[in-house]
Design a protein around this ligand. Structure first.
Ligand code: UDP
Length: 460
């Protein structure tokens, strides 16, 4: 492995003024400032350092983008480091990702030669990391792909936290493989954070553990209120886009003149994209959805640095799409959202979500599912699979509709159809969804729980 292919760099984020943070935290600002002051007193000059492997695309980068600047403004010196590594490392990481969800995947065995490969990256990148971390710092390692730093960080005298954004509550032989592979690094971790209490089951943690759901940033380009003209302009831009290479889709300029059902996700097998194409085809035949289009939107796959399967899943999506009969094929659109300017990408997602009649999340497994939170925040009616963190977001029938993972084919299509045919019911679900996010999944609750967890666990 070439040493140049492994690096640790700091992501620079625009800092936020106190007024900006006050706007994001609303009435909780004063309370959070005082909680942050208590933590600050405890940790003194020690800093909080986050490490992850991608700056854009996916839920973890969304969270860090929002929270790192806010914590800094609240007086907790916090940074975000990016570990880069060669593609072969990310194949190992993807294998671990599947195993943590309890499923096989990728041909890579989780054996000693894979361990050697995994560890080599941390070994090579360690001197780079040392330029950013001091003894006593609190280092938050996000997901399996950064956990390999734990032993060296412990030796340095850092307080090591592992934050897992994936999981399942039904351990099996695959989760055991993940546990066995990651166990030696976990032994050097001081505290862990999971998404839901059930996700701790497969790990047998011997350390303080807390379940902390994430949050969305209501003031970010992804979630802030957009006026109608702005949404029109962004959707126009998408409609004018050339169809992605390999796709049989035509992107008619009048695309967004009709109602549409939307899923926004990475090109990942767990997002249930092939099944969704099937449900869309069923739905397209129903009389009540003749005026409806179906959109699956995701990032240009090369842009998500730590996701090596993106191209494969996208190619599979195009293959299935091409095989759909006309005229259904023309009503199902696969959109690749440009990622060259992350903020612009976020605005495009925002506009797409805002105008959707119904938003779907057909995942077979999900850590939390921030795409769902974003849709709920925009008061959209959501139909989603009853998996992972989606279960703590949606109260079935109140703030969205949940579909069992093993529900017969067509169940998802029927639920979407019922909402398309009853806009009043859809509207009510959307309003409840927004309230639920407001109560539970905004940065005030999230930051307060993180700060309180660190205040209780990090030694003075
Ligand atoms: N996302 C994005 N651009 C895209 C597709 C997805 O910014 O083209 C974002 C999406 O809005 C959400 C995140 O990626 O904020 C996906 O997070 P989620 O928790 O739903 O799933 P993950 O990708 O972490 O499995």
């Amino acid at each position: 492995m070439h040493s140049e292919s492994c690096d640790v760099t700091q992501i620079s984020l625009t800092s936020l003024t106190t007024d900006h943070v006050r706007l994001r935290l609303g009435t909780s600002f004063d309370e959070l400032s005082s909680e942050a002051a208590t933590l600050k007193k405890r940790i003194g000059k020690r800093r909080v350092v986050n490490i992850h492997t991608t700056a854009h695309g996916g839920g973890v980068s969304e969270i860090l983008k929002a929270n790192v600047p806010m914590l800094n403004t609240l007086g907790i010196e916090t940074s975000w480091l990016l570990l880069s590594a060669p593609p072969v490392f990310f194949q190992v990481v993807k294998r671990l990702y599947h195993a943590v969800y309890g499923r096989p995947g990728g041909g890579i065995p989780l054996d000693e030669s894979t361990r050697h490969l995994y560890e080599e990256v941390f070994h090579i990148a360690l001197p780079k990391l040392m330029a950013h971390v001091r003894e006593g710092d609190i280092v938050i390692l996000h997901d399996p792909q950064t956990l390999g730093f734990a032993p060296a960080l412990r030796e340095l005298g850092a307080y090591v936290v592992w934050r897992l954004h994936l999981g399942t509550d039904t351990p099996n032989t695959e989760t055991e493989l993940a546990r066995n592979f990651l166990g030696p690094y976990l032994d050097h971790v001081d505290a862990s954070v999971v998404l839901c209490p059930e996700f701790a089951a497969s790990w047998n943690f011997q350390m303080p553990v807390e379940a902390i759901p994430p949050s969305i940033d209501p003031r970010s380009a992804k979630n802030l209120m957009l006026d109608e003209e702005h949404v029109d302009a962004l959707l126009d831009e998408l409609a004018q886009q050339r169809p992605p290479e390999g796709s049989a889709a035509t992107l008619a300029p009048d695309l967004f003149q009709r109602r549409y059902v939307l899923q926004v996700s990475r090109w990942d097998r767990a997002k249930g994209i092939s099944g969704l194409l099937g449900e869309f085809s069923l739905l397209a035949k129903r009389p009540g959805s003749r005026d409806v289009d179906f959109i699956i939107a995701g990032p240009a796959p090369h842009a998500v640095a730590d996701d090596p399967e993106g191209n494969e899943i996208l190619a599979e999506t195009f293959r299935i799409h091409t095989s759909l009969p006309m005229p259904i094929r023309d009503r199902v659109k696969v959109l690749l959202l440009p990622m060259d300017y992350p903020e612009h990408n976020a605005f495009l997602v925002n506009a797409l979500q805002r105008r959707a009649s119904v938003i779907v999340q057909n995942s077979s497994a999900e850590g939390f599912g921030l795409s769902v939170t974003e849709a709920m925040w925009k008061a959209r009616p959501v139909v989603a699979r009853r998996v992972g963190g989606i279960r703590c977001q949606i109260v079935d029938g109140e703030s969205g509709i949940l579909i069992a993972q093993d529900a017969p084919e067509g169940t998802l299509a029927s639920a979407i159809s019922s909402l398309l045919e009853d806009p009043c019911a859809a509207h009510a679900l959307g309003q409840q969804a927004r309230c639920r996010v407001e109560e539970r999944f905004l940065p005030d609750t999230h930051l307060s729980r993180i700060i309180s967890f660190l205040s209780r666990t990090v030694p003075a």
